[in-house]
Design a protein around this ligand. Structure first.
Ligand code: SAM
Length: 253
């Protein structure tokens, strides 16, 4: 997969793209990153990328010309047509389903906004606007890195065990089950016996139920679309009812 990023702060990217899993993915050739300075597509002496908003108001707006030029030139730079993303708090909220969709594409081109955002006409060269959450950051560089990280770890050959991605939070439509490592007993806190039993089937059952329990307690909204059997759904409802009853109990302290 090829990922191009267009930004006025290219220096932000290299330390992250060359570290840890992203660095390894790049070395293995699972993904190619190209970070571009938007100012390379300006045509004035000051390499200007922003201007005042028509109609007045606070802040500056990213000019359309450099962004249009960047998208057109980069699209022509490779036989694979890029799927163009604009980082934007008004965009589609990033979730694991969208990450999987993006990860399956040959090429992404991510535009990082700054100031008060981009001139509205830039949306004509964008395939999808992506938000990483309902809050406003100073620029699209961190959102771009969030997208790149989530997408890269799903590229074939990047994760040591691809099954781990399948069992992770959101992949089953559920949050992930609790995880433990050695020691089996730590300051009186014991690892659940079933995990030490070596009985793979029982461990799988336990993990599935614990994933449902955790989701019911922390993110009951996910249960609506999770793929659960009737029995599992009843279990989730019991967990929720018990939790509510516990909270309703009068304080006897
Ligand atoms: N005035 C814009 C608005 O109200 O929608 C916010 C502009 S924000 C200060 C500057 C840039 O940061 C945006 O153009 C976008 O690229 C990026 N950005 C900020 N928050 C974001 C978020 N939650 N998700 C994705 N991008 C974000």
């Amino acid at each position: 997969m090829r990922i191009d990023i267009v930004t006025i702060f290219p220096q932000i990217f290299e330390p992250v793209l060359s570290s840890s899993m992203l660095g390894i993915a790049r070395q293995k050739g699972a993904v190619e990153f190209f970070v571009h300075d938007l100012r390379d597509w300006t045509d004035d002496r000051h390499r200007t990328t922003d201007d005042y908003p028509f109609g007045g108001g606070n802040g500056m707006i990213m000019k359309p010309e450099p962004l249009f030029r960047a998208v057109r030139e980069l699209a022509a730079a490779d036989a694979r047509a890029p799927y163009v993303l604009l980082t934007c708090p008004q965009g589609r909220r990033l979730d694991q389903r969208l990450v999987e969709d993006l990860a399956a594409r040959d090429r992404l081109l991510v535009l990082c906004g700054r100031y008060e955002g981009v001139d509205e006409r830039v949306r004509d060269v964008v395939d999808l606007e992506v938000s990483i959450g309902d809050y406003v950051l100073t620029g699209g560089e961190l959102p771009a890195l969030v997208i790149v990280d989530a997408v890269t770890r799903l590229q074939p050959g990047v994760l040591a065990s691809p099954e781990s991605a399948e069992e992770e939070s959101f992949s089953w439509g559920l949050l992930e089950y609790p995880q433990y490592t050695r020691p089996a007993s730590f300051e009186g806190r014991d690892v659940p016996q079933v995990l030490l039993s070596g009985d793979h089937k029982k461990i799988q059952q336990w993990r599935r139920l614990e994933a449902i329990r955790r989701t019911a307690l922390r993110r009951p909204d996910l249960l609506r679309t999770a793929d659960l059997t009737d029995e599992e759904r009843a279990f989730a409802q019991r967990v929720i009812d018990e939790y509510r009853n516990e909270r309703k109990e009068p304080d006897r302290g």
